[in-house]
Structure formats: C-alpha cells, structure tokens
Design a protein around this ligand. Structure first.
Ligand SMILES: [Zn+2]
Length: 150
C-alpha cells in the first residue's frame, strides 16, 4: 500500500518559492509534521526547514553536520508528535527520480516507510513523492491536506 502524504498549502508555497529561487543547482530542506499513525493514514507535512547553505551542484545536494543539527533540534520522530517526516529537494530540469545518492540518504536517514522524499523540478513543475519500503523505494501518493477545499 503506498504511503499517503498530505502537504499544507503554506508548506507547498514555501517549498516552491525556495526551490525556484535558484534553478542552477539543487536546493532542499527538511519536512516537519506528523507521521501516519496507522496504515492507511496520511503522513502530514506542516512545516518546512530550508537549508540554503547545504552544499550542492546542478545534480547533487549534501546535508552536512550543520544541516542535520536542524533535524536533531526538532527531536526524535514519534507517532503523534511533531518531528521530521522527510525531506524535499529540487532536480532542476531533471527527472524527479531518486538518484543513487538520494537512495542512500533515504535508506540511512529516512528509512521509516512513513517518511517521505519529495522531489520537485522547479523548471517544469514536475514532482514525485517517494518512500522506503521492505521492497526498496516506492512512490508515495499525495492527498489533500485536512481542511483544504476541493
Ligand atoms: Zn536528488
């Protein structure tokens, strides 16, 4: 069953603006919210921590100790408590597939299958959500945020 992910409108706007601010290189950050409590529930993304200083190139992004400290400042991820629920980064003018480096990050730092990797191409607007499963990487499904209109 694919993970369902609900992203707040304010986060959507903030992420789009941040990723589009520089399309010559990848940009990214962390997603804060609540993990799905049960199978069938949605992981909720409620805040975005931009990492403007994370070293990057046109085709890669690196989270250093400085960036991970932002994650630790938000505490451990637990059911029902706000915490890091995933990460987002741009693939300017590239397919929104998980690269080898992206897979490494997901497997080692976001391996809970309720945590999401959100990849967006700020140039053409393409995007995809991914999550780790027992069978490896798989697509997650975007659903409307609670309280959002039709
Ligand atoms: Zn990537």
């Amino acid at each position: 069953m694919p993970l369902r992910v609900a992203i707040d409108d304010a986060v959507e706007r903030a992420v789009r603006a941040f990723l589009a601010a520089d399309t010559t290189r990848e940009r990214g950050g962390f997603l804060v919210g609540r993990l799905a409590a049960r199978t069938g529930d949605a992981t909720e993304v409620r805040a975005f921590i931009a990492c403007p200083d994370a070293p990057s190139t046109a085709v890669s992004l690196t989270f250093r100790a400085e960036e991970w400290q932002l994650v630790h400042a938000h505490g451990p991820v637990a059911c029902g408590a706000a915490g890091i629920v995933g990460w987002v980064h741009s693939h300017p003018s590239m397919p929104v597939e998980m690269s080898g480096r992206d897979l490494f990050i997901q497997r080692h730092f976001f391996s809970d299958e309720r945590q999401v990797a959100w990849i967006r191409d700020p140039v053409d607007g393409g995007e995809a959500l991914w999550h780790w499963t027992d069978d490896g990487i798989a697509r997650a499904e975007r659903v409307a945020a609670e309280g959002a209109g039709p």
